[in-house]
Design a protein around this ligand. Structure first.
Ligand SMILES: [Zn+2]
Length: 101
């Protein structure tokens, strides 16, 4: 299972939990397929991680100063993400009930 680090929270996890952003000649784009050419970085599909990444780590990761247009595009994507802190469904909620001690 390929693993990548979220540039927002610095957690390493499976690629499928992350969204790739890529530096292209047209600017920094979201790359849902993960196949676009260019320097890429990975961010959790969580609102807070995008907010954090846009504060600076994305510039560092992509070695580019993101433009106002890029920022707007990424912010629009961020605004559509869930705001929950934990995107993985905890199985304890299923296993925790009905267990005998
Ligand atoms: Zn993260």
């Amino acid at each position: 299972m390929p693993q990548r680090t979220c540039i927002g929270c610095r957690t390493t996890l499976a690629k499928k939990e992350l969204v790739r952003v890529v530096r292209t000649p047209e600017g920094v784009m979201i790359d849902p397929t993960g196949k676009m050419a260019g320097r890429g970085a990975y961010i959790h599909k969580i609102h807070s991680c995008w907010e954090q990444a846009l504060k600076g780590p994305i510039n560092h990761a992509l070695r580019v100063e993101i433009t106002a247009v890029d920022r707007q595009r990424l912010q629009d994507y961020t605004d559509r993400l869930p705001k929950g802190e934990n995107p993985t469904s905890p199985e304890e909620s299923l296993n925790g009930k009905g267990n005998k001690d």
